[in-house]
Design a protein around this ligand. Structure first.
Ligand code: FES
Length: 101
């Protein structure tokens, strides 16, 4: 499905993470040194909110059991999760973050 660009938040409107809800889908934004990335906010293990996780070297650690995901791709890098989380395209225009959902 192609998706549609959704205006989410101003780039200066959050520090490291931001949770956005679109039609009951929660998306977590992560601000890294090289840009902003968007993942499904729900951990693929037991659905904890990844936007509350710790970010280290471009990876987010799930706050519940510590699974590690690549913020840029959603790939799993450490257990107990075994499945990736969805990632979404992000663009920043005129200081505003858009996510293609
Ligand atoms: S809910 Fe995320 S690692 Fe268990």
């Amino acid at each position: 499905m192609p998706g549609k660009w959704i205006k989410v938040v101003e780039l200066d409107g959050f520090q490291k993470t931001y949770k956005y809800v679109h039609r009951r889908k929660e998306v977590a934004l992560f601000k890294l040194d090289d840009g902003v990335y968007a993942l499904d906010n729900s951990c693929s293990h037991e659905y904890s909110p990844l936007c509350e996780g710790m970010i280290v070297d471009g990876d987010v650690y799930c706050p519940k059991h510590g699974s590690r995901f690549d913020v840029r791709t959603g790939a799993v890098k450490d257990y107990p999760a075994t499945r990736p989380v969805a990632s979404y395209p992000v663009k920043v225009e005129d200081g505003v973050v858009y996510v293609k959902i």
